[in-house]
Design a protein around this ligand. Sequence first.
Ligand code: NAP
Ligand code: MG
Length: 404
Amino acid sequence: MADKIKMNTPLVEMDGDEMTRIIWKMIKDILILPYVDLNTEYYDLGLVHRNETDDKVTFDSAEATKKYGVAVKCATITPNAARMPEYNLKEMWKSPNGTIRAILDGTVFRAPIIVKGITPYIPTWTKPITIARHAYGDVYKNTEMQVAEGSKCELVCTDKDGNETRQLIHDFENSSGIIQGLHNVDKSIASFARCCFNYALDTKQDLWFATKDTISKKYDHRFKDIFAEIFETEYKEKFDNANIEYFYTLIDDAVARVIRSNGGYIWACKNYDGDVMSDMVATAYGSLAMMTSVLVSPDGIYEYEAAHGTVQRHYYKHLKGEETSTNSVATIFAWSGALRKRGELDGNDELIHYADMLEKATIDTIESGIMTGDLYLLSNLENKKKVNTEQFLIEVNKTLKNLM
Ligand code: NAP
Ligand code: MG
């Protein structure tokens, strides 16, 4: 075989937890290191090491991502009460994904990997639908109250000079009730818009955005206006040149069009819409284990990962010495996505080609009938065969060898 592919610039590598940590090492050993002279700056975001470093390692890994521009991340545990004794934690450390997203000010794009033999629940969805969720504000940062009958509720805004503006929400004359205060900030909406426009250009897909601006004439309308203004001044020409479209519509119209569509576009969603729709879309395509995820910052920094978690249940089986059949596809695609982006930024065609072939080998292997248990249950291929976690990677490598 020819020399291994060289990498001039490092990639930030964020290791993680449980079953995905096991898979992480297998992917490197079986599918990457035989072909690539891998150049990474390694950060261990496994919970043990996060706890040892008082979570400093998470912050350091995000800063390194800013420096190098591309990262690949393994799934990590977000601690809850049960993890405190399990890992003897000093604190209930925050979600690494939340920390990294806040530092990079990024938007998460989720897209399914489509293979023959697994038909989406909506069979006309022959191309992926990528969902971008605005991850700031609205109902996720709300203030709410139950109010007693006879109360009068107002919105009060005090400006920097102390002047008050008041507006009636509701007079609860005849009944008790509930109220809720929401907010968002122009800066965050603008970042979200730029992330979406950049990612549309990057992946050469149309961008759809929808809100309820006819009902919410100030709040949702502000989202619509910010998107429109940034598009006109910064992106229209680039979109024309790339032959892609920015399309705005009402959220109910968008939902109806999505169902009738063939996919192949990015759907930008407000926070709540994105929360709900991403679960619907992921389920419709078949398996969470086939969902990729990339965090993109408004200034073009990329962090790739699988959308699923650490697959804890499989890990406990693995620890007991039982055989597992865990799907590594989304984690393989996190690596291929990051290596391709590294190749694009560095003008490294060999690395880009390797990333393309790694993805092709993975898909070809599944389409030839060799797959892990989760897909085996879904696939309608006739000669399908279920393999274990490691066997799957060995089979992908057999296919990859022939492609390289
Ligand atoms: P999960 O790891 O996504 O797994 C949930 C279930 O989905 C699994 O038990 C398995 O079902 C199925 N599944 C998910 N990925 C699979 C794969 N690659 N192959 C085969 N089956 C797969 O979610 P969780 O169990 O709720 O969370 C476990 C840990 O992950 C938690 O500590 C959570 O904090 C963390 N988490 C991290 C991230 C991240 O880092 N991005 C995201 C989500 C969750 P069966 O058991 O039925 O086979
Ligand atoms: Mg959700």
